[in-house]
Every structure is written in C-alpha cells, then in structure tokens.
Design a protein around this ligand. Structure first.
Ligand code: AMP
Ligand code: MG
Length: 412
C-alpha cells in the first residue's frame, strides 16, 4: 500500500496550503454563527449605572434596621423613579423612593425593599399615584436588590476574543455594549463544479441512461454546514469546451475554493485532467482511503481546488475527511471531529486502506455498539442517510473481529 498517500499526510499537505479568508463588517442582526474577527473590549460598564432588581422602594438600609411586620418602619416617599428616568434628587434619612425594576438607584439609597415587603398593595401598585408614606416590614443588607454598576462587566475588560463563534448570547452582549456592526471572518465562497453526460438536474425528467445530479446538493449542504457559501453553476457536459467554460465561470466570482466531483478516477474521461493541467497546478493523488481513493488537490489561479470522486458516498466521505478541515480553517473555525468509541458487533473485512464504514449505533450499559448499515457500495447513498456515523477501520487492517473497539465519527 506504499504507493497510496496516507490520509493524515494528505490532510497536512492540504492544511499547509490553506489560509483563513479576509474579514468583513456586517450588521449585528446577521452575525449569528459567524466568527468574530476582532477582540471586543467593553466601552462601558454593564450595567452602566446601579439599578434596582425589583419593583419596590429605594431606601437607606441603616434607616430600617429594626423593621419587622409587627413593628414596621415608616418612611416618607419623596419621589417616583420609573425605568428609563434619572432620579431628580437624593434621598435623605427617613426617606424612600418608589422605584421600578431597572430604574437607577437614587443617591443616598443603598438598597431596595421589594414591594411585597411593604404595606403597598403590589397588585394595584403600578397604577396608583405615589403614596406619601410607606411602611417597611423587614430589614435588608446594604446592596440588597441593587445591581451594582459594572457588576456584569467592568469598562475596559476584554469581553470577546477574536475567533469566537457568535451565538445568541454573544450577539446579545455585543448589543448591550453598543456594537451595531461587527467584524467577522468572511464566509468562504465555494464554487461546486459538476460534470457528466449522464447527469440531469433534480427538476428534469429521467430519460434512459441518465441519473440525477446528487453531488451538487450534498456538497452544497456540506459547505453550508461548515461555514461556507456556494456559488451555483450549471452541470457541464463531457466536452472539453463545456468543462473549460465551467472552470472559467467558476473562477468568475473570485471564489475561495473550487470543488469538483467526478472525473478524477482512472478511466474517467480525461477532460477534467486536461483542463486542470491547462489552468493550474494540480496533483492527482491516490489516497489510502475507502471510499474515495482518487483525489485531486492543488491550485487553479491561486484558488485551492479539490477534485473529489464522483460516487456520492465517496464525494461525501472525502469532503468530511479532507475538505471539511480545510474549509473550517478558511472560515476561522475550529475543526472538532465528533468521535466516539464503539464496539463493533460484526466481523468486518477490510482491504488495508483506511476505511470509513457506515454504521448504526446503539448504546448498551454506557457502551456504544456499531453494526454496518448494509451495502457499503460507494454509490449507495442510502447508507449515508441511515448511518449514525462512520466507523474508522485503520490502514493495514485486513479484518476486524466482532468485539473490537474502534473510533466512530458521528454524522448525527
Ligand atoms: P466519474 O468519475 O465521472 O467516472 O464518476 C464516477 C461515478 O460517479 C459515476 O457512476 C457517475 O455517474 C457518478 N457521479 C458523478 N457525478 C455525479 C453527481 N454529480 N451526482 C451523482 N453521481 C455522480
Ligand atoms: Mg463522469
């Protein structure tokens, strides 16, 4: 098997030739699942001012140290502080202010008494005009029910790091800190090239000898799932002219990556090879991988190019194993393979290549067990539809005995 390139070596060569794409400024609304391309420090404190966490009364805690339900402490209510307003004055000894959740704490006050712990009726409280007095039924510590200035975030501290994947909570944080736009890594633009006289698009009738184009759809899904966007192209027929034109159209939008499927196997029409040799420097690799031995990788006018095998399962598996890490690197994302260990419940024959076998998983007593999905033909796409994962039979292994524990790369 020495003439076949090891999968890990192939991936290393590929990754050494891939760089993160540039960044762009986008509106915060569109930032979900994008990768931050700047460090974010807090320009303000959060919260920006001390405020009440309850509807109630802002008080001086020292004034109500003896207060109980039986012997309440009466305070003069000197103002009303709704949320969004600033207090018009400070409160003094013996005074309180009616305050709403989120409203700024007035000077002089150091705590809030919830309305439930006073003689005010909390059901009608909101609609009442401010009473002159309030009876306080309990004591509180200084700082009670007050959200201190900067309690969440201190002005100037680093809040988010370059490279962070933006989830709803990070987007909320950016909103809280006043960033209507953010710098994020561009979504790599990927052109997917499909060729074959036998292929028709999904909306066309199947005539004798034809099959529907699958790879455009699976590869588009895989690109999207891994942070890229796709430049759509029509299917090219097996003619030098059409394949050449397809590559020209594919380069038009200045893509970050080109992916073709089919045309790289031995005996496949030499058209792709001819055009690749005209346009760029591309190596044809035979990889120690099953499914998916033939693979082309190189650059066409400085754009990284992957020539994947044409069989739908091979195209998907080679994408998972070799293209996905490259795309994630371009997109500034961390490549984390979801790998678990499972006991293989069947004897399996292998041919010495590293094999990615479609399996179903069941958990028994905390241990995963794997069984194959049936036919492992590289054209049998149903195996990918029903599989929970790809069980990895290492290179140089000819047979796996039932009971052996192997890595499984999860697909679900
Ligand atoms: P080739 O490398 O062109 O010989 O293609 C290998 C196999 O993959 C053939 O059976 C093709 O019909 C099939 N194939 C190629 N491209 C596609 C595609 N886009 N969708 C589905 N099957 C394809
Ligand atoms: Mg073909």
């Amino acid at each position: 098997m020495t003439d076949l390139l090891n999968v890990d070596d192939a991936l290393q060569i590929i990754l050494s030739r891939i760089e993160q794409v540039s960044s762009e400024d986008i509106e915060l609304e569109s930032a979900l699942n994008r990768v931050l391309a700047q460090d974010i420090s807090a320009p303000t404190n959060l919260p920006p001012f001390a405020n009440s966490s309850m509807d109630g009364y802002a008080v001086r805690s020292e004034d109500i140290q003896q207060a109980t339900r039986e012997t309440p402490r009466r305070l003069a209510v000197v103002m009303d502080i709704p949320a969004g307003k600033t207090p018009e004055k400070a409160i003094d000894t013996g005074q309180a202010a009616r305050i709403m959740t989120g409203a700024p704490l007035p000077d002089g006050a150091d705590a809030v008494i919830p309305v439930e712990d006073t003689d005010a009726n909390w059901r009608t409280w909101i609609n009442e005009t401010t009473a002159q007095q309030v009876a306080i039924y309990r004591t509180v510590e200084s700082g009670a029910y007050v959200r201190a200035i900067g309690e969440d975030i201190r002005q100037g501290v680093q809040v988010l790091k370059n490279g962070t994947l933006l989830r709803p909570q990070e987007i909320g944080m950016l909103a809280a800190l006043g960033f209507p736009r953010v710098k994020v890594v561009r979504q790599p633009l990927v052109a997917i090239l499909t060729t074959g006289d036998e292929l028709v698009n999904v909306d066309q009738p199947l005539t004798p000898g034809k099959i529907r184009d699958v790879n455009t759809y699976t590869l588009t899904g895989l690109v999207h799932a891994n942070g890229g966007v796709v430049y759509p192209l029509p299917i090219a027929r097996d003619s030098l002219e059409e394949v050449r034109n397809l590559f020209k159209s594919a380069l038009q939008p200045k893509p970050d990556m080109l992916i073709s499927s089919a045309g790289v196997s031995v005996g496949a029409a030499d058209l792709i090879r001819t055009v690749l040799e005209e346009l760029g420097e591309v190596g044809f690799w035979r990889i120690n991988l099953r499914p998916g031995k033939p693979l082309a990788f190189g650059h066409i006018q400085d754009v990284p190019f992957f020539g994947l095998p044409g069989n739908p399962v091979s195209a998907m598996v080679t994408f998972e194993v070799l293209v996905r890490p490259a795309l994630l690197k371009m997109a500034g994302r961390v490549a984390k393979d979801r790998i678990i260990q499972a006991v293989c419940d069947e004897d399996i024959k292998s041919d010495g290549r590293r094999s990615y076998i479609r399996v179903n998983l069941v958990e028994k007593d905390g241990v995963y067990h794997a069984t194959t999905t049936g036919t492992q033909s590289s054209g049998a796409l149903m195996s990918m539809v029903i599989a929970d994962g790809l069980m990895i039979v290492p290179e140089d292994v000819q047979s796996v005995k039932a009971g052996t524990t192997l890595d499984v790369r999860l697909l679900k």
